[in-house]
Write a protein that binds this ligand. Structure first.
Ligand SMILES: Cc1cc2nc3c(=O)[nH]c(=O)nc-3n(C[C@H](O)[C@H](O)[C@H](O)COP(=O)(O)OP(=O)(O)OC[C@H]3O[C@@H](n4cnc5c(N)ncnc54)[C@H](O)[C@@H]3O)c2cc1C
Length: 389
């Protein structure tokens, strides 16, 4: 239903190739993993080998050197095919902090190995149980001692920590209240979890409503070499913010893929299920919610496209990235609702995959940033109203 061609879409070929790869991982594969909250190792391996997860790493560091719109097309197709990019999307964009702010040694050491998948950088440790969205109040502390940092504290919702070799960690390096500005005093580190697991680092999985491999992570005098500091000490919050537009646009693309999957399923079923002597899709009560979700998805897609274009021109697409992520997450949810309703009782049956996708797509109204915080951004930074928090 949503196939594109090279005449109207520069990424039509990539999309077709990703769709082909995803066809090897049908609903049954995801259902089995969902049951045991397992990790899709084979799927992630296949995407890695095909070079999709290194799309954004420049060629000089062994990646494909593609633009953000190509990465968005890849993730959209993954979701549209019924797969779950949440298992590995971070491998695409977390490395951006090393690429933009790391030194040449760090780039040469890590990026080529991240590109081949020899090193998995899937874990991003920002959120903490006490500070939540209020990132500048995080408590995990990294104290410098000679040529190392000693880290104490805790993170929560660190996704894929058990399936990653490295973690990008945001920790405080200046005690709260002593930093020059509220946004300073935090630093980013590359943590090689293989060297500290069980030696200061403890990872505990959290069982959630969908299969997302998210974890609690505890640091107890965990030592990291000082050379693993990325960029300048105290500037970590700014570095993390720098990567947020890309992250939001990519998550939005995933939601658009989800919406397309739900719409395609709903339309197909609405046309083929016959009750009272006619297809259920002939009833406006069934047809209109699907049509509305389609319109919402197309609107979100248009904003995301503007954001990707701005990003690729080197501009800051804060407005489009935030709006696009919010609208796409709402569109995928509306499409999910319409799809469940269209399928009646079958929408709840596991073998249709609808209930699984429904649970999976719900996340994106909360993470990586909640809708309220996006509205706050728009209210303050776009519309010039007073800061609400
Ligand atoms: C499955 C999953 C995976 C995740 N993966 C990661 C990860 O890999 N790494 C990571 O660092 N984090 C991750 N997160 C964390 C995620 O980014 C946070 O859950 C999200 O940012 C919200 O933070 P919180 O849960 O602490 O909610 P809180 O910050 O406690 O907020 C609770 C509610 O209050 C609202 N709220 C808070 N402040 C305001 C305000 N000023 N104005 C209006 N409303 C407000 C929020 O919108 C939200 O609805 C993940 C979360 C989940 C559930």
């Amino acid at each position: 239903m949503f196939e594109t061609s090279p005449e109207n879409d520069p990424h039509a070929e990539i999309r077709a190739e990703v769709a082909k790869l995803c066809a090897r991982f049908p609903g049954e594969y995801w259902r089995k993993l969902d049951e045991v909250r397992g990790y899709p190792t084979e799927f992630v391996q296949a995407l890695t080998e095909a070079g999709y997860l290194s799309a954004l790493i420049p060629e000089e560091y062994g990646g494909a050197g593609l633009g953000l719109s190509a990465a968005a097309a890849i993730l959209e197709e993954v979701q549209r095919a019924g797969c779950n990019g949440g298992a590995c999307h971070a491998q695409m964009y977390i490395m951006g902090t090393i690429l933009r702010h790391g030194n040449e040694r760090q780039k040469r050491e890590y990026l080529p190995k991240i590109a081949t998948g020899e090193l998995r950088l899937q874990a991003f440790g920002v959120t903490e149980p006490t500070s939540g969205t209020d990132t500048t109040n995080l408590r995990t502390f990294a104290r410098k001692e000679g040529d190392k940092y000693i880290v104490n504290g805790q993170k929560i919702w660190t996704s894929r920590a058990e399936h990653s070799d490295l973690m990008l960690l945001l920790a405080r390096t200046t005690p709260k209240g002593e930093e020059a500005k509220k946004t300073e005093g935090l630093s980013t580190f590359i943590v090689d979890m293989r060297t500290v697991l069980g030696k200061g680092l403890t990872i505990r999985p959290i069982r959630t409503m969908m299969n997302h491999n998210s974890c609690e992570v505890f640091f107890d005098n965990m030592e990291i070499p000082a050379e693993n500091l990325v960029g300048e000490e105290g500037k970590g919050f700014r570095y993390v913010l720098d990567g947020m537009n890309a992250e939001r646009l990519l998550i939005a693309a995933e939601c658009i893929g989800d919406a397309k999957w739900f719409i395609e399923k709903a339309v197909g079923y609405a046309k083929e299920r016959v009750l009272f002597g006619r297809p259920i899709g002939q009833n406006q009560g069934v047809q209109f919610p699907i049509a509305r979700a389609y319109a919402q998805m197309r609107a979100a897609e248009a904003i995301v496209k503007l954001g990707l274009e701005k990003f690729e021109r080197g501009e800051r697409p804060g407005e489009e990235a935030n709006m696009g992520k919010m609208l796409a997450a709402e569109a995928s949810w509306a499409a999910g609702e319409a799809c469940v309703n269209t399928h009646g009782g079958f929408g709840f049956a596991e073998e249709y995959d609808i209930e699984r996708k429904f649970r999976e797509t719900r996340l994106y109204q909360v993470a990586p940033i909640s809708t309220n915080l996006i509205l706050s951004y728009l209210g303050e930074h776009v519309l010039g109203m007073p800061r609400s928090y």
